[in-house]
Design a protein around this ligand. Structure first.
Ligand code: SF4
Length: 337
């Protein structure tokens, strides 16, 4: 009986271990290193696990088409992030580019915000996500948020509160006991998305940054909140359009070509928002290190976790290098043979 890897499952190879991306059931499993060849499986327990989870199936068909990775989307800009800058210029910009997803960063819930959300609805925006930071969340604020989410069904909230609070949170609200910026740099399973669209996009693009722009509190438009590429002013959409080509490298470089992430088994599901930079060899890398070290398969805080530098992995503006022998020694100590 011949078995094959199920057509909607993908075996993603990492440095130390792999993941099976189960696109249909929107889930994943961590598996040992495997070359996708059924005949190469020596461990019967692993084979039985793959069968039980239906990651491999009997080959009853003459031919099974592989998943196509022909990703494309019609919009020039898909998502705009507005940092406390809600006015007619940004409405016109959204209209000019026909932008369908809008993220609003705000420190207050007031009439101006509600009026702006109403204007966005009239511009056929599909999804509005409000990122609201506040010291203390009380019942009156929760009521205001609740009213907005009831009146505007495509509007959701992420609320960042430092102090723990005991208020009851409505359905369309996600509560984070951290700041917006801490949350942004905190990479974990909360940033993993498993579905066909995310996978397609991840093979050709940076899924977080692709077709996304950021508007600062002064109305200046950049590629991201890290402001590494200036694109123009909200008053001048034509200039922004002509400058978008500058985002091409970041938008069109998938994680398979970014230092460290290229060796990570989570790279096709990870939507981390750090902005990649170019090192002196023109390779992309991240200045802030991820919470996960794919060379030893450990998350920060887990027993045995080490930073990249402690493992002999250097990724900075001068280039990228790996001390494979050092990593092998560390992994022998952590995981045995
Ligand atoms: S190493 Fe890269 S792909 Fe892996 S979890 Fe971190 S950011 Fe995501």
């Amino acid at each position: 009986m011949k078995y094959i890897l199920s057509p909607d499952c993908l075996n993603v190879e990492g440095y130390l271990r792999n993941t099976i991306l189960d696109l249909m059931r929107q889930n994943y499993a961590i598996i040992p290193k495997w070359d996708s060849n059924i005949n190469s499986i020596k461990d019967p327990d692993f084979f039985n696990f793959l069968i039980k989870e239906e990651y491999i199936i009997e080959n009853l068909y003459k031919k099974i088409n592989k998943i196509s990775v022909n990703y494309s989307s019609p919009e020039i800009i898909e998502t705009i992030i507005l940092d406390n800058y809600f006015n007619i210029n940004t409405i016109q910009l959204i209209h000019f580019f026909n932008i369908r997803k809008v993220a609003l960063i705000t420190n207050s819930i007031n009439d101006e915000l509600v009026k702006y959300i109403k204007l966005l609805q009239n511009k056929d925006v599909n999804a509005i996500e409000v990122h609201f930071s506040i010291e203390n969340l009380d019942d009156s604020l929760v009521n205001k948020i609740n009213n907005i989410t009831l009146n505007y069904l495509n509007c959701g909230f992420v609320v960042y509160v430092k102090k723990n609070c005991s208020v009851i949170i409505p359905n369309q609200v996600v509560l984070k006991n951290t700041s917006f910026h801490e949350e942004r740099l905190n990479i974990g399973v909360n940033k993993f998305f498993i579905n066909f669209l995310n996978y397609y996009e991840s093979t050709l693009h940076n899924v977080y940054h692709n077709k996304k722009v950021y508007v600062s509190q002064c109305g200046e438009v950049y590629n991201s909140i890290d402001k590494t590429i200036y694109l123009g002013n909200t008053k001048n959409p034509e200039m922004i359009l002509s400058n978008l080509v500058k985002c091409s490298l970041i938008w069109n470089t998938p994680k398979t070509k970014i230092s460290v992430c290229q060796d990570c088994e989570f790279r096709n599901m990870c939507n981390d928002s750090r902005t990649p930079m170019q090192n002196k060899n023109n390779e992309l890398f991240y200045i802030n290190e991820c919470n996960y070290n794919p060379y030893i398969a450990k998350w920060e805080g887990e027993e045995g976790y080490k930073t990249l530098a402690e493992c002999g992995v250097i990724s900075d503006e001068n280039g990228f290098s790996i001390d494979h022998e050092k990593i092998a020694e560390i992994n022998k100590e952590l995981w045995g043979e």
